[in-house]
Design a protein around this ligand. Structure first.
Ligand SMILES: Nc1ncnc2c1ncn2[C@@H]1O[C@H](COP(=O)(O)OP(=O)(O)OP(=O)(O)O)[C@@H](O)[C@H]1O
Ligand SMILES: [Mg+2]
Length: 348
């Protein structure tokens, strides 16, 4: 389970996991949980391509057909039709399996059937859920319960995904044993060495290098965040006339890259906040770049009672602009957001 801030590369990693697993012949799907979404409907939508992989590759034909029928049962329990652009499964359901209507029971039966088949075929199977923190708590609890069962039976099924940093806590709140069941891997800024490599290696492939000073500057301004590396890398590449790319190229590219980050990363999020929520964000930013105590934010806004400003805090949490790394603490979900807010000329 990948846990990290916005723009650190979680989705890119999940896509790489999926590509690798597909190459190994696994039935695997990846989908993104939506706020207030229906997990069963989303899993049902992910099933047709998995069933297709099973049908294509599994030697045990009867087992492959059974997986298709169980998938149809699972989908039928919510009247979800197994359709996806240009692809439709017309299968008879398997009565009595994965059709109880109880999400945990049905998901467990589905994953167990997939796992037993996968074990026999000597492959794995996986369900990856991006933005996992958006799955409503009761549905998440069912998912964790189903994952627990396939784990107990030692079946080669992976339930994985990614989410904003409270994802570990969100999982353990769903089921207390979740922390032992999942391995939660933080994804953050790249190391300095990897940041250099991220700029250098793709350029070198095209016969272009950077001066040492230019690279130092790029490492500093990007802070090692993949989304920032992408933006600074693109603009310095577009502006430089020749190799090696030098410090003055970086100086020219800097404001353009920053403008792009403002337009695509910082501003759209800031715009989503109401005026009172914005005041809350500014108070956080003035307290520093790292975690801040919500009591201190309230104090800065002139309230001794943090509850007076909890509507703003809750609104920002729901909108995904901030998160609570631990009780009573708050932090921005977007790297460098505090610095962005501090340089804004106007305050709401
Ligand atoms: N391995 C990589 N190679 C090249 N670019 C990458 C890599 N990882 C991340 N990036 C860049 O960083 C950007 C953000 O990555 P990604 O969308 O995976 O982040 P995320 O953690 O899923 O963010 P969010 O929480 O906003 O969904 C990508 O669009 C890409 O520009
Ligand atoms: Mg993502």
């Amino acid at each position: 389970m990948l846990s990290g801030l916005r723009g650190v590369g979680k989705t890119v990693l999940l896509l790489a996991f999926r590509a690798n697993a597909r190459n190994a012949g696994w039935p695997i799907e990846l989908f993104e949980a939506r706020p207030g979404g229906d997990l069963r409907a989303q899993v049902a939508e992910a099933l047709p391509p998995m069933v297709r992989t099973v049908n294509r590759h599994w030697r045990n034909r009867e087992r492959a057909r059974r997986i298709g029928r169980i998938a149809a049962s699972f989908a039928r329990a919510v009247q979800a039709t197994l359709t996806r652009t240009g692809f439709r499964l017309e299968l008879e359901p398997e009565p009595g399996v994965a059709d109880s209507g109880d999400l945990e029971t049905d998901l467990t039966e589905l994953l167990v059937a997939l796992g037993e088949g996968a074990r026999e075929e000597r492959v794995g199977a996986a369900l990856l859920i991006d933005e996992l923190h958006e799955v409503p708590p009761d549905q998440l609890s069912s998912l964790v319960g189903a994952a627990h069962r396939v784990n107990q039976e030692r079946l080669p099924v992976v339930v994985g995904g990614a989410g904003l940093p409270p994802v570990g806590r969100v999982l353990s709140e769903a089921r207390s044993y979740a922390e032992r069941l999942f391995s939660i891997r933080p994804v953050g800024a790249l190391s300095e060495r990897d940041t250099r490599l991220a700029f250098q290696a793709p350029a070198e492939d095209l016969g272009v290098s950077f001066t040492g000073a230019a690279l130092d500057e790029l490492v500093a301004v990007s802070g090692g965040y993949p989304f920032f590396i992408q933006s600074y890398g693109k603009h310095v590449w577009d502006l430089a006339d020749d190799s090696p790319i030098a410090e003055d190229d970086v100086e020219l590219a800097r404001p353009r890259a920053y403008r792009e980050l403002v337009d695509s990363f910082f501003k759209p999020r800031y715009d989503r906040a109401t005026p009172t929520e914005r005041r809350y964000l500014h108070a956080m930013a003035e307290l520093g770049d790292d975690e801040v105590a919500s009591a201190d934010v309230a104090g800065r806004l002139g309230h001794d009672q943090p509850s007076r400003v909890s509507p703003q805090r809750d609104g920002l949490l729901t909108k995904g602009l901030i998160y609570a790394p631990e009780r009573g603490q708050l932090a921005f979900t977007v790297p460098h957001m505090a610095a962005y807010l501090r340089q804004l000329p106007e305050r709401p």
